[in-house]
Design a protein around this ligand. Sequence first.
Ligand code: SF4
Ligand code: SF4
Length: 154
Amino acid sequence: MGTGKGEDTESDPGSEFDEANDCLKCGLCCKIFGDRITPAPENLFSWMENGRGDILRFFMACLDDGRWVWCTELSPQDISEIRAVEMRDPSTGGYLPVCPFLRRIAKNRYICGVHAQKPEMCRNYQPWVWGETHFNRCPALKRKEESRWRRSLE
Ligand code: SF4
Ligand code: SF4
């Protein structure tokens, strides 16, 4: 997911969006895109160094020689040999229907269970910025757009 940084903020309704305060934590973006999250090499290194097998167990890596191996079986020295990483179900090896780190904490309220260690993709994702990552179903963005529209009519 791109960062969308450098967009024209004058014409961007999402430019007024402050993730920490405005995100409604509905979990919709994670539910829709979370099963396709892939970590950056820096994420893998950090998880390996910090003993985060609980995160690594959900990822498989394709190595230069074409083998697919579980990321729990790799060490930091192996990272440069990784061609691709995919999120997988550790019990079946198949694809997951939803990100396994998404936690429901109340009706319509979710948090990321690995927030402090979440992949760069998630950290940089900005659904409120026009461009590749713009997510028009984000309810917080809709709310912002409606309030902006109302203000423009005053
Ligand atoms: S890792 Fe966290 S932020 Fe990323 S998709 Fe999963 S729940 Fe959402
Ligand atoms: S869809 Fe929007 S409001 Fe919902 S969790 Fe994602 S950024 Fe927050």
